[in-house]
Design a protein around this ligand. Structure first.
Ligand SMILES: Nc1ncnc2c1ncn2[C@@H]1O[C@H](COP(=O)(O)OP(=O)(O)O)[C@@H](O)[C@H]1O
Ligand SMILES: [Mg+2]
Length: 247
């Protein structure tokens, strides 16, 4: 059974359907990259997984649990198993890197301070940011800030991490570093990863499968090889548009 399953999900805002019969699965342990034009519902899709949004119809299933209809205690356990790097997820300027990374543990768990400190240390180590623990966001580079955001997303040591545009606003070299880290975290910590990205090159490098969203539906969900070789007209159009953008 897939770890995550979207079953014919429709999401309407004021009558207009942003998701319009979206179905796909995420297998345990894989990196699934979600690509597609801006405004097509990629962030909306992620939000359904932790019930920040609920479907108008259809089902979102996490490890056999219907996320939209489960009771609050079950929802808490689902949220505890899913880390989230929000789009543009900024660090709080008046807190150190370590304090920022500790936030999800301070707010959502009853762990003792010593255990929080140990987990923060482990998370910072995983993103190679130990030396910056006591620095403030303004004192570190954009790439380091993104790595701190990654550390904050993995600090609960959850099974799944959702990344919403983790490389937006970064230069190409730093983007490669962040993509490499996402893949490393997936391999070393066995984190199932859903990565929404505008960075097709990055997606082709790190994804086990790539999902193309368009008009609220899945155009294709395929391995990078099958994705670039697809005969599907919408996939070809997307690839051509991306090529134009990088020239
Ligand atoms: N809470 C909301 N209320 C109304 N409309 C929303 C809400 N969240 C997103 N939308 C709309 O849904 C569409 C898809 O948004 P989004 O998922 O953020 O796109 P993207 O693919 O760029 O991440 C956009 O038109 C956006 O305006
Ligand atoms: Mg978005």
């Amino acid at each position: 059974m897939a770890l995550i399953e979207f079953q014919n999900v429709v999401k309407r805002f004021n009558g207009s359907a942003v998701l319009d019969g979206l179905s796909f699965t995420v297998e345990k342990g894989e990196v699934l990259c979600v690509v597609g034009p801006s405004g097509t519902g990629k962030s909306v899709t992620l939000k359904h997984l932790v019930r920040l949004l609920t479907p108008t119809s259809g089902r979102v299933v996490f490890d056999g649990i219907d996320v939209a209809s489960c009771d609050d205690r079950t929802l808490e356990s689902v949220r505890g198993r899913i880390g989230y790097l929000f789009q543009g997820g900024a660090l709080l300027a008046w807190m150190t890197v370590a304090e920022n990374v500790a936030l999800p543990l301070e707010e959502c768990t009853d762990l003792p301070d010593g255990e929080i400190a140990r987990r923060v240390e482990r998370a910072l180590e995983s993103v190679e940011l130990t030396a910056a623990a006591e620095k403030y966001p303004a004192e570190i580079s954009g790439g380091m800030q993104k790595r701190a955001g990654l550390a904050r997303a993995i600090v609960r040591e959850s099974d799944v991490v959702l990344y919403d545009e983790p490389t937006s606003g970064l230069d190409p070299v730093t983007s490669v570093t962040i993509n490499g880290l996402i893949r490393k975290l997936n391999r070393t910590l066995d984190i199932t990863s859903v990565v929404v990205t505008h960075d097709l090159q990055g997606a082709l490098t790190i994804a086990d499968r790539i999902l193309l969203l368009k008009n609220g539906r899945a155009v294709i969900c395929a391995t990078p090889d099958d994705f670039v070789r697809s005969d599907n007209r919408e996939v070809k159009e997307f690839l051509a548009a991306m090529k134009g953008e990088t020239l």
